[in-house]
Write a protein that binds this ligand. Sequence first.
Ligand SMILES: Cc1ncc(COP(=O)(O)O)c(C=O)c1O
Length: 446
Amino acid sequence: MSVRRFPKSARLFRKARRLIPGGVSSLVRAGNKPHPLYFRSASGSRLIDVDGNKYLDYALGWGPVILGHSHPVVMRAVERQLKKFQTLGAQHELEIAVAEKICRMVPCAEQVAFSSTGSGAVQLALRLARAYTGRRKLLKFEGHYHGSPDNVLISFHPPGIAHPPTEPVPGSEGQSPTALDDVCVLPWNDLPALEATLEEHHRDIAAIITEPILCNTSCLVPVPGYLKGLRRLATRYGVVLVFDEIITGFRVAPGGAQELYGVRPDLATFGKAVAAGFPLSVVAGKREIMDWIAEGRVVHAGSFNGNPIALAAADAALKFLAAKRGAQLRRIRRSGEALMKGIGQQAERAGIPLLINGVGAAFHLSFTRRAEMRNYRESLEGDLEARDRFIVAMLHAGVYLLPEGRWYVSTAHSEADVEKTLEAVADVFRRFRNNRNVSRRRTKST
Ligand SMILES: Cc1ncc(COP(=O)(O)O)c(C=O)c1O
């Protein structure tokens, strides 16, 4: 596939690589093919790169841009706040306004604590769980991502699966080896495995942490009853149940996946969509656990915690998302479901094996003949080369996607956007089929 369409991006990336390790500010961004692009503007569902190419955007900043880029409601709130003060390291009323909104929207939220990154929020939730239970270990699931700190970047996407799924595998060189001692790893969507582990080890386990929809691995959904089973077992064994809703929060429903599936965790973490593109994260949960912060027994600190600009964005975004009982999120879901259905039909028409997992607001395409996937290991059975070819072909057709096949939908995606996207998909699949037929004919005649 030609890279001649992106000469300025290519030049900037070469320069960046001299100055910034790997040329990107977060390693996953290096995955974009043919190489990472540079952008000059973004508005609603559209992006324009520095070479003047226009795209429909389904990457949405890896999730946060829930209202589309530069939504006027958010921009106005941020501009107003910029003129007042930017950061104080002191109290202001937006903290209370946003906390009130979150407590109204999120089922488990009796109190909330603000940070800036998802990783920071997860660390606070885990510290609270350890303090509250007096136990040491964390139980996480293979394929789940909870940020980059040493104690959670474990068995996310381990290279190879020769080892048992219960063996903790570090995700980075330089990680503290002792972090592995404090983690139990299990395959997801497997209640008997969880029950057996808790039966044997619950006296050591402070928290079970899970993405309630496994967005970071092929957008896998929980099998019916799984989240309820987690709740039941966590209660039975006195373990704090943490839903990591950094992606699902304020995206799949106003109250996140806990509302969608009707399961209330003890603590939940939020980030990304909560401030519609500004850096804000949240731990929300039971008062009796959050009280450990109030009593000064669990330290929660941070220069930018409760940042006024991020909270102004969150205040405006949450008001917009909560209106009419979440009408905007229902609209996102409908657009996403129309895309999932349309893409599935196009694949079938072209004879391309494709499995689409997820919910409308976040879904994933796997090029595979599998009829279903329940966990990380099953998700590996996809044709990654076909996925990469599809993503690059879509880029050339004016649709910008994440490098690993996940799609995010925003309120800014219109019916016309959906239609245009499906036309692009149909065109790309048609070319896939024709190329396959040509190469089949070639194989036969040689
Ligand atoms: C489920 C989940 N948890 C935690 C994080 C970490 O958030 P951040 O990158 O803001 O530190 C992410 C980031 O993608 C995530 O998807």
